[in-house]
Write a protein of this length. Structure first.
Lengths: 179, 453
């Protein structure tokens, strides 16, 4: 998993929950990397899970809740770090439908070993779409968080719900409605 | 743990993360540098290869230029070799023809007439073969030109019958020449080439036929006010040509069978030349044949219809020249070949002319300084000084010749247009092609000397 995910996460925890919390979860998680993350590095996704487990313990929030929060925060960071992905995108739907064909393609060009989920858009109308999330890492809640962040960024109101889960959560159908 | 401790640890992690990032950047930089270097090396390598390839191409080009020049000079050499050879071959042939004519003239024994006639014909045929080879090389070099003079079609066909009568009789074959009566007798075109074509086709027909007949038929194909297009057909009852071989017969050096040359002889050039001569005159030749039954070669050629000028020239050329005698005029003959000397001198002396013989251009000038001549017959190819050089000196007045303007007629084996040009340029008054026969000689004399009727 790309270092960016870790560095943003730690920074979010430091800013929103304090240095002590961040330090604690790093020490408790007994990470191989010892919490030394740089955005240009690559680290095992297990460490993310370990950090989340520790944070969940200390904060009382569930892992899905934490992931959703993080996703929402992360989207805002993407908008600042990768403005080139946002040119000519004027609505959340315009952005979401380009994730697989454009954003992920560009990411893979630079980082051919990046592990990304497969995002498929279906049954798209003006105010409704179905997004199918497929990934063995089962981080659908991060995806939902990102969608929320997307809605925030484009100043829209989106209703997001899980329609169905398949294959032990490695495939999730998400319904997104404009309200 | 107090905040200070926590921050210290956080700071420590940040430092290490920064250092890790820097290491990664170093690594990436190295990779980029290496990639650039590889690219640069590749570019230089490519440039070297392009330079090398360019040099190779240039060298190739030079080689090709050299090869081209070699090929061109080889062609030139071949051309000049051929024209020299033709001179070498025609000279003794000239001797045979000339001597035979003299014998015919002197002959009182009727039984020898036919035999002598045939010697003459054989020599003529040999000439045809030599001309074939020469023509072929001329065609290859693009040096063929076609005459437009009036000639008699009737005379041509009669000549054809005469040429082949004996051979046909020998093989017990019928040779029949017919033509459409409405075809005018006098036509404008190249008589010599037409004769050549007919001799080739009729000769072939005779060669490949063992029984039956050869029919030559001439018909009108198209006619207008100024031109007439004729269809010539030569049909035989000979061995025929297999369908798969028919397309090949017009190719040079091809005979329909590899056996043909051994069984029937021939150079294999005749049909190729015939086809070229026809096509160069905007005609076309075709073949219908069936093995075992016979062949028909037919071709079309266009001719002009003679106008006043053409008729006048025709009359001049063909008036029955009385082989008249001339007043005691002096002729200078410059010719290096002994036989040619003998033949020409004898003929001239028979007409009461006083003949002096020079062996080369230098001697000819010496003669001209001592005596006044009515005409000079000047062979072009002679040792020590050739005919062109001698004429230049005579005309320029650099030598004290008695008459600078004496008529000089060139004798040459070649009638290439360059020769004609050279002859004119040095100031000669005309030319005659060798082997020179009595008729030619007489008409030259008619033109340039006063005569007693």
């Amino acid at each position: 998993m790309k270092g960016l995910i870790f560095t943003e996460f730690i920074e979010m925890v430091e800013n929103q929950m304090g240095f002590e919390m961040a330090n604690s979860i790093i020490e408790d998680a007994q990470l191989k990397s010892q919490g030394i993350y740089t955005s240009v590095g690559t680290y095992h996704e297990e460490e993310m899970i370990s950090l989340l487990i520790q944070l969940s313990k200390r904060s009382g929030l569930s892992i899905p809740e934490l992931l959703e929060s993080y996703g929402q925060y992360l989207f805002g960071r993407f908008a600042i770090l990768y403005t080139h992905f946002f040119t000519n995108k004027n609505s959340s739907f315009e952005f979401l439908e380009k994730i697989e064909d454009y954003i992920h393609v560009e990411v893979l060009k630079l980082y051919p070993d990046a592990l990304l989920p497969v995002i498929e858009i279906r049954d798209q109308t003006n105010d409704c779409m179905t997004m199918i999330y497929k990934s063995p890492r089962r981080l659908v809640h991060l995806a939902i968080g990102l969608i929320k962040g997307c809605s925030d960024h484009f100043k829209e109101n989106l209703e997001i719900s899980i329609k169905k889960e398949l294959n032990e959560g490695t495939e999730v159908w998400i319904e997104i409605k404009k309200i | 743990m107090d905040m200070l401790e926590i921050l210290k640890k956080t700071l420590e992690r940040e430092r290490l993360a920064r250092k890790a990032a820097e290491a990664i950047i170093e690594q990436k930089s190295l990779e980029i540098y290496q990639a650039n270097k590889d690219l640069k090396d590749l570019k230089e390598n490519l440039e070297l290869r392009i330079q090398h390839r360019t040099r190779e191409i240039e060298a190739s080009r030079q080689e090709l230029l050299v090869a081209k020049e070699l090929a061109e000079s080889a062609t030139k050499a071949k051309s000049s070799f051929l024209s020299t050879m033709s001179h070498e071959i025609r000279t003794p042939l000239n001797g045979i023809i000339g001597l035979t004519e003299l014998v015919i003239k002197a002959n009182k024994d009727k039984t020898l007439d036919e035999l002598l006639g045939n010697i003459n014909l054989s020599a003529d045929n040999l000439l045809v073969i030599i001309n074939d080879i020469l023509d072929f090389s001329k065609i290859e070099a693009g040096k063929i030109s076609f005459e437009r003079t009036a000639f008699s079609l009737g005379k041509l066909t009669k000549g054809l019958e005469g040429t082949f009568k004996f051979r046909a009789l020998e093989k017990n074959l019928q040779l029949v020449c017919t033509r459409d009566e409405s075809i005018p007798d006098l036509l404008v075109g190249d008589k010599t080439k037409l004769n050549q074509i007919m001799i080739n086709l009729v000769g072939n027909a005779l060669k490949f036929t063992s029984m039956g007949s050869i029919c030559v038929d001439i018909n009108i194909h198209e006619q207008s006010d100024s031109d007439i297009s004729l269809k010539f057909s030569i049909k035989d009852t000979g061995i025929g040509i297999a369908p798969e071989k028919q397309s090949k017969v017009f190719e040079s050096f091809a005979q329909s069978d590899s056996d043909t040359s051994t069984k029937y002889g021939g150079t294999g050039l005749g049909l190729a030349i015939t086809k070229k001569l026809i096509e160069l005159q905007s005609g076309a030749i075709n073949l219908i044949s069936e093995p075992g039954k016979g062949s028909e070669f037919y071709f079309t050629l266009s001719f002009g219809l003679p106008g006043k000028e053409d008729l006048k020239l025709y009359k001049q050329e063909n008036s029955v020249l009385k082989m008249v005698h001339f007043k005691q005029e002096s002729i200078l003959l410059a010719e290096d070949n002994k036989i040619n000397q003998f033949v020409a001198a004898t003929a001239l002396r028979n007409w009461d002319l006083d003949v002096d013989i020079a062996n080369n251009g230098k001697e000819a000038i010496e003669f001209l300084c001592k005596k006044k001549y009515s005409l000079v017959l000047m062979d072009l190819q002679m040792p020590i000084m050739d005919g062109l050089q001698a004429t230049l000196e005579i005309r320029s007045g650099s030598k004290p010749v008695i008459d600078r303007e004496v008529p000089i007629i060139a004798l040459t084996a070649n009638a290439f247009s360059e020769i004609k040009q050279q002859v004119e340029q040095v100031g000669m008054d005309g030319y005659a092609t060798k082997p020179i026969n009595q008729k030619q000689l007489n008409s030259i004399l008619h033109k340039w000397i006063n005569k007693v009727k």
